[in-house]
Design a protein. Structure first.
Length: 464
């Protein structure tokens, strides 16, 4: 622990050449995450540090869409990310720049198999509701929220009275008196709730004190069951029991979708009308003209939000990781499904700095490979762009602009190519062959649409 009270850990790891390296890492860095060696794939862990008062306040503001996305607590951020996969929520996002999620959105998410599964796979570390001090300090934080809510309602009522031209004191006093009465009724019920229900159910501290007393005994009756160690600070991991059991019983599908969330050019998403990745009438399709007709598009493009995680569609081995188009990279994997189907997939236009695999890695289905990338092209001398990005190339700063911006939205994407393996399940014959027109690819290149549809149904439960 350093002078700033930040925690550093000494680790040993392998570099890109497979050579062991050692050093210190700061646990506060965004890209550092502590996990168990037995970490369960598909389960996301969240350490929630918001107080009960902060949590209640943010949920209240979220319901009336007055909370910025940047102010979401970690659990809310993860739920927001999951719920973008539901139709109701994605439609709401089209209407507002700062969407909120409500009880209705959560219920719809739980009615939809793929979002319900993701919600069930959240493992949240938070202070138990059965833990508090005698004064109920954490629950008392909510008292102030009632006062804030009362003031907000008072301001709204006064605005409406002004609009109606009701300025006489007796007219205004009547409305505000009703507000005060309703507020006092809620406050009274809340105090009863704390005294009659919450306080009697606070068993956590009593049990931890008993644990401490037993552990301090010099002799222990061997016939007495040993208590499991509860945390002294009241924090615990909240796990969905059915989701946990399903993890051990689940048979993995043949193919899954290469993204955890639906692409934004899906049929029911923002760019689904003009850039639907399943249709053969737009630039995302396999076979669309590129470079002024000099070649054809060799894959399918899945548009995403910035830096969306890309996963392996089934088990495989990494054959290549190398630069691709416009400052992005590509990952080539030889895949084999449960039933023995073998083929090669090129995951193209990924973000270089996010790549988590290297050549020779043996992967399981669902392994995170990288994040979707942003295609960039260098600005011409004197050219200006509203989206200029400065990147160092060989130590020299250069100005770039995104290749694809649609209606003011900078597009990140996954470009996916599919090779049947007829020309080999290795790279002795390179996948890129400039002389082999019109795709400038190896001869066993095929349209990945049916493969993507198969994965889409497995991941999202919908047949396209």
């Amino acid at each position: 622990i350093d002078d700033k009270k930040e925690k550093w850990v000494h680790v040993t790891a392998g570099n890109q050449q497979g050579i062991l390296i050692t050093g210190w890492v700061n646990l506060k860095q965004a890209y550092i995450k502590q996990i168990s060696p037995w970490h369960w794939h598909g389960f996301n862990t969240i350490e929630e540090k918001a107080t009960l008062g902060e949590l209640s306040d943010k949920i209240s503001k979220n319901k009336v869409a007055t909370l910025d996305l940047a102010d979401y607590i970690p659990a809310m951020q993860e739920l927001h990310h999951i719920l973008t996969g539901t139709l109701r929520y994605s439609m709401q996002r089209k209407k507002t720049t700062q969407p909120s999620f409500t009880d209705g959105d959560l219920k719809e998410g739980l009615r939809t198999s793929w979002t319900a599964q993701q919600i069930g796979h959240l493992l949240i570390n938070y202070e138990s509701e059965w833990y508090a001090d005698e004064e109920l300090s954490k629950w008392n934080e909510i008292d102030n929220l009632y006062e804030q809510e009362k003031q907000q309602k008072k301001e709204i009522i006064e605005q409406e009275l002004n609009k109606l031209g009701l300025t006489l004191p007796y007219q205004r006093d009547f409305a505000l008196k009703k507000l005060n009465e309703a507020h006092e009724h809620i406050k009274t019920n809340w105090q009863l709730e704390k005294e009659k229900r919450i306080k009697p159910s606070l068993w956590w501290k009593e049990v931890t004190e008993a644990q401490t007393a037993i552990s301090n005994q010099t002799t222990i009756n061997t016939n007495t069951p040993i208590l499991s160690n509860l945390s002294m600070d009241g924090k615990a991991w909240f796990i969905h029991p059915v989701a946990m059991i399903d993890y051990f019983n689940e048979n993995s599908p043949e193919i899954i979708f290469p993204l955890k969330t639906k692409p934004i050019n899906n049929f029911d998403m923002r760019f689904g009308k003009n850039f639907n990745w399943t249709k053969n009438n737009n630039q995302t399709m396999f076979g669309w003209n590129r470079s002024g007709g000099k070649r054809k598009h060799a894959g399918r493009d899945l548009y995403t939000e910035p830096e969306t995680e890309i996963v392996a569609i089934c088990d495989g081995v990494v054959l290549d990781v190398s630069p691709f188009y416009c400052k992005t990279h590509q990952i080539t994997i030889k895949h084999k499904t449960n039933s023995g189907r073998q083929f090669i997939i090129r995951y193209g236009e990924v973000d270089k700095k996010s790549i988590k695999v290297e050549v020779g890695d043996v992967l399981k289905q669902g392994t995170v490979l990288a994040k979707t990338g942003l295609l960039l092209e260098e600005l011409e001398p004197g050219e200006k762009s509203n989206y200029t990005q400065i990147i160092k190339v060989n130590g020299i700063e250069q100005k770039f602009k995104p290749v694809l911006v649609i209606n003011g939205k900078i597009i990140y994407m996954l470009h996916l190519e599919y090779y049947s393996g007829a020309n080999g399940l290795d790279l002795k014959k390179p996948l890129t062959n400039r002389s082999n027109l019109p795709y400038q690819r190896r001869a066993d290149l095929i349209d990945p649409l049916e493969l993507l549809k198969e994965g889409y149904q497995s991941t999202f439960g919908i047949e396209l």
